[in-house]
Ligand binder design. Structure first.
Ligand code: SF4
Length: 181
């Protein structure tokens, strides 16, 4: 009806006045104009509702994108924090370094053990020397004291022999490992 220029009609009633069939043309035009106006209003309301719906969808998509970005940022921060705790960004290199350190510690273990036995041997030798000095200084007036001193010397000598045997065994073990290496 708009294409036929309905709204150019000024509703003067001339066409109705001259119509031989007495068709109420002006009433029809008015009703049609009202229908067109109502349809335009409906279209406007529909357009507004569609715009509001699209704006809501866009807002929700933007909120979801922001939430995802924050989640990704938190994940990156956690990864960076974990890397900072270990102090090494390359886990493979860190594992290799740990394995090498463990191997080096195992290689040094016999040497460390040998040093401990040598210290123990030196302490026993010192005790034995003191026990022998006391036994030599004993005048034999008290048989109980003399017996105790003799027992102390014998016990210390036994410990010294055991310590020497342990030290010898450790030294052999170290030599074997050196040859194998
Ligand atoms: S009422 Fe009829 S004559 Fe008058 S302007 Fe409208 S169409 Fe034309």
């Amino acid at each position: 009806m708009e294409e036929h220029h309905l709204f150019d009609c000024i509703e003067c009633g001339a066409c109705s006045f001259v119509c031989p069939s007495h068709i109420p043309l002006v009433q029809y035009y008015r009703a049609s104009k009202a229908a067109v106006r109502e349809q335009k209003a409906d279209n406007a309301r529909a357009d507004l509702a569609r715009e509001r719906f699209e704006a809501r969808q866009e807002r929700m998509a933007r909120a979801a994108a922001e939430k995802e970005a924050k989640r990704a940022a938190r994940k990156q921060a956690a990864i960076a924090k974990a890397a900072g705790k270990t102090g090494d960004d390359d886990p493979i290199a860190a594992a290799i370094a740990r394995a090498q350190a463990r191997k080096a510690a195992q290689a040094n273990a016999p040497a460390d053990q040998q040093q401990v036995l040598q210290d123990k041997l030196a302490r026993i030798e010192t005790r034995l020397a003191k026990a022998r000095e006391k036994l030599a200084a004993d005048d034999g007036s008290d048989p109980t004291v003399s017996t105790a001193l003799q027992n102390a010397v014998a016990t210390t000598e036994q410990k010294l022999a055991t310590a020497r045997a342990e030290l010898t065994g450790t030294a052999k073990e170290t030599d074997n490992e050196t040859e194998n290496a």
